[in-house]
Write a protein that binds this ligand. Structure first.
Ligand SMILES: NC(=O)c1ccc[n+]([C@@H]2O[C@H](COP(=O)([O-])OP(=O)(O)OC[C@H]3O[C@@H](n4cnc5c(N)ncnc54)[C@H](O)[C@@H]3O)[C@@H](O)[C@H]2O)c1
Length: 251
C-alpha cells in the first residue's frame, strides 16, 4: 500500500523540496501550508495522487480538519513532516535584541513554530492510536540556532526551536508503544526564502569560513535526512536529533 506523507510548510523552501522528494520516492504526499497558491504549485506536475491543503498549523480546528481531509482522500498518514516555521525580523540582516523584542512577535513565533508542531504531532498521535500504521514516523525541524544560540535568529525563534528539541523527546517516549518514532532534524544555514529574510547573499562568504564543509546547505541536504528517518531502516532511532549543518556545530 502507498505510504502517505503529510508535509507542513510544503509551499516553500525545505518543505517544497520535500514534497517533490517524497513524491519521487513513491509516497502519496499531502502538502499543507498557509499559502494555498504555494502548495498548489508544489504538487503541480508531480506524478501520482497528491493533495495540496491550505491550513494554518497554529489553529487547532484547522489541524484537526487537515488530518481528516488527508486521511479521507489519501489514507492514514505514515509520515508527518513538521516543516512549517517562521522567523519574524525587522529586516534582512537585522535581528531584534531581547530588549527591543515585541511580545506580539514572540507570541506569533511560538504560535506557529511550537504550538503548530505540537498540534500536528498530537493529531498524528491521536490518529495512529486509533489506527496504527507500520513504521510510522514524525519528523520535526529544529535549528542549529537553537543549539548554538545562533546569531541571526531572534530570541523568540531560537527558544521556539529549542522547545521542539524537548517536545521531540517526550513525544518519542509516548509514541513508542504505537510503533511510531519521533525525531528531529536541526539544519544549519539552508538556501531558502526564510534564510534570505535574515541573511543577505553578501554575508555568505564570511559565514562559510566558519562552516567546515564551507558552503550554505541546500534543501536536498535536509530532505535526504528526512527520507532516511522515514525509512524502515531508521526503525531503531527515536527521540534523536540529526544535525545537518556542514559541521558548524559538532556535538
Ligand atoms: N532555511 C534555514 O536556514 C533553516 C535553518 C534551520 C531551520 N529551518 C527550519 O526549516 C523549516 C522550513 O524553513 P524554510 O527555510 O524552508 O522556510 P520557508 O519560509 O521557505 O518555508 C516555510 C513555510 O512555512 C509556511 N508557514 C508559515 N506559517 C505557517 C502556518 N501558520 N501554517 C502553515 N504553514 C505556515 C510558509 O508559508 C512557508 O511556505 C522551518 O521550520 C525553519 O525554521 C530553516
Amino acid at each position: 500500500m502507498t505510504r502517505v506523507a503529510l508535509i507542513t510548510g510544503g509551499a516553500s523552501g525545505i518543505g517544497r523540496r520535500a514534497v517533490k522528494a517524497f513524491a519521487d520516492a513513491g509516497y502519496a504526499v499531502a502538502a499543507a501550508d498557509i499559502s494555498r497558491g504555494g502548495v498548489a504549485q508544489s504538487v503541480d506536475g508531480l506524478a501520482g495522487k497528491h493533495l495540496a491543503c491550505a491550513a494554518d498549523i497554529s489553529d487547532e480546528t484547522q489541524v484537526a480538519s487537515l488530518f481528516e481531509t488527508v486521511e479521507r482522500d489519501l489514507g492514514p498518514v505514515a509520515v508527518l513532516l513538521n516543516f512549517a516555521g517562521i522567523m519574524v525580523t525587522p529586516g534582512v540582516g537585522q535581528r531584534p535584541s531581547i530588549i527591543s523584542s515585541e511580545l506580539a512577535d514572540w507570541e506569533r513565533t511560538f504560535a506557529v513554530n511550537t504550538r503548530g508542531t505540537f498540534l500536528c504531532l498530537r493529531e498524528m498521535m491521536r490518529h495512529r492510536t486509533r489506527k496504527p500504521v507500520a513504521y510510522s514516523r514524525i519528523i520535526n525541524i529544529s535549528s542549529s540556532a537553537a543549539q548554538l544560540g545562533g546569531h541571526n535568529g531572534s530570541a523568540a525563534y531560537i527558544a521556539s526551536k529549542g522547545a521542539i528539541l524537548s517536545l521531540t523527546k517526550i513525544a518519542a517516549r509516548e509514541a513508542a508503544p504505537l510503533g511510531l518514532t519521533v525525531n528531529c532534524i536541526a539544519p544549519g544555514v539552508i538556501e531558502t526564502p526564510l534564510l534570505r529574510s535574515v541573511m543577505p547573499p553578501e554575508a555568505d562568504e564570511a559565514y562559510c569560513k566558519n562552516i567546515p564543509l564551507a558552503r550554505i546547505g541546500s534543501p536536498d541536504d535536509i530532505t535526504a535526512a528526512a527520507l532516511f528517518l522515514a525509512s524502515p531502516q531508521a526503525g531503531y532511532i527515536t527521540g534523536s536529533c540529526i544535525d545537518v549543518n556542514g559541521g558548524i556545530r559538532m556535538q
